[in-house]
Design a protein around this ligand. Structure first.
Ligand SMILES: [Zn+2]
Length: 413
């Protein structure tokens, strides 16, 4: 069909989706715990918020605060730190966990603030030390200054500190006032933390009198759950850019199916399906998205131009509309050529394109319910593309048509 002014909305949508796709592969962050200490009475210990005493002396105060009007005050003495614990529950799927807090110490000539993932005797943490220095704190007491970070603090000024623990490598980084000040510090154990500890360390340097008072506010613990890796690579050559010109639940074909038609012509996504550039993709090599075996050649409109491939342990994929098909029974590796895009013909609706759909391995090559290119079944470098059933799974006629049409697929690796 002809390219027309109706394509403008398509291009606008395309730009939005292109932006969106940059975030689709991002990881999701979840707040596990947060406390601004506003809910407690002044001079009490915040037990009602789940905090427990590790060393006595801490209370909620209204002397200083970031989120008005209260904070958590700790006063250590020369030989005794002052700390509080709070439990956290990190998801087994989490790839990292972080603690962030504002701290405000009353002196900078002694050990003082500690913000830690883990218990009060050890764990990935940040500690304020003599002469305004800051150190990574998951070290034995006799090795306190092993890991300095590239940031300093001043007494009586609020400083935002953050510890990010990588739960794959069990290394952690420290951020001070939103600037990364050190990375790759080794955690002393590979146990996922089940609590946090905040407080004021022993005043071992400044010596006599008074101890160190530290105010802590707006404690926040977050975890990041990593998305599962994409199992497929895009089925065309590195450096190429293709366009979804007909998407899921299409109007020309793909009714109810999570199938995609790709064209190399940037103007190809039309209002109802592939539009301009009917010959643009002809002869382009189509590459295997994963390792597998050719199971069958399936006819469409009388031409055997669809390859049914079994991708090892993943899914069955139907890839059309090709010529030079790999023979049935051929084992192939990811990126091996499966065939080349057929010129416009009866067997591809008069439009050269790559047709893609997947189904469960147990369905083999027979006609079956399609699986959307979503979650682990997405293509690397492509957005996550779930099927939108409009909340009515049994009625595809009210589902949005041509879902994901206009998406730009660029392969860079
Ligand atoms: Zn198709």
């Amino acid at each position: 069909m002809a390219f027309s002014q109706r394509s403008w909305p398509v291009w606008l949508t395309l730009c939005v989706l292109l932006l969106w796709s940059n975030f689709a592969a991002a990881q999701t962050s979840t707040v596990l715990f947060t406390d601004d200490f506003e809910a407690y009475a002044v001079s009490t210990f915040p037990s009602s918020g789940g905090w427990s005493v590790y060393a006595t002396g801490a209370t909620v105060t209204n002397e200083r605060a970031v989120s008005p009007t209260k904070s958590f005050r700790f006063t250590s003495s020369q030989n005794l730190g002052d700390f509080a614990l709070h439990p956290i529950t990190v998801s087994p799927m989490a790839s990292s966990v972080s603690i962030e807090a504002w701290v405000n110490p009353t002196r900078s000539d002694s050990n003082n603030a500690i913000v830690r993932l883990g218990g009060c005797s050890g764990g990935p943490s940040v500690r304020f030390d003599p002469n305004g220095t800051i150190h990574a704190g998951d070290v034995p007491d006799n090795d306190k200054y092993r890991y300095p970070v590239s940031a300093t603090y001043s007494a009586n000024i609020w400083t935002l500190v953050r510890v990010d623990l990588d739960l794959v490598t069990f290394t952690y980084s420290i951020t001070v006032n939103r600037v990364v000040a050190g990375t790759g510090f080794p955690a002393s154990s590979t146990t996922v933390p089940t609590q946090i500890c905040v407080g004021s360390d022993n005043n071992i340097v400044a010596g006599t009198g008074g101890g160190t008072t530290v105010y802590v506010d707006d404690v926040r613990v977050e975890e990041v759950v990593g998305s599962s890796p994409a199992l497929f690579t895009l089925p065309f050559s590195v450096g190429e850019t293709w366009y979804v010109c007909q998407g899921y639940n299409g109007q020309i074909s793909h009714q109810k199916a999570s199938a995609l038609d790709l064209s190399i012509d940037p103007m190809s996504p039309g209002p109802t399906g592939c539009g301009s550039g009917s010959n643009a993709s002809t002869g382009k090599p189509v590459l295997a998205p994963a390792d597998g075996t050719v199971e069958a050649h399936i006819p469409y409109q009388g031409e055997k131009n669809i390859l049914c491939i079994k991708l090892n342990g993943i899914a069955v994929m139907k890839v059309g509309h090709l010529t030079n098909l790999l023979p049935i029974g051929t084992r192939f590796n990811r990126n091996d050529a499966l065939g080349i895009v057929e010129a416009p013909s009866k067997g591809n609706g008069g439009y050269a394109h790559i047709h893609l759909q997947i189904q469960d391995l147990s369905d083999d090559c027979k006609q079956a319910t399609t699986i959307p290119f979503s979650g682990q079944y997405r293509f690397e470098e492509a957005p996550d593309m779930p099927y939108d059933d409009n909340g009515t799974p049994k009625n595809y006629k009210d589902d949005p048509t041509n879902q994901w049409s206009g998406i730009v697929l660029h392969r860079s690796r």
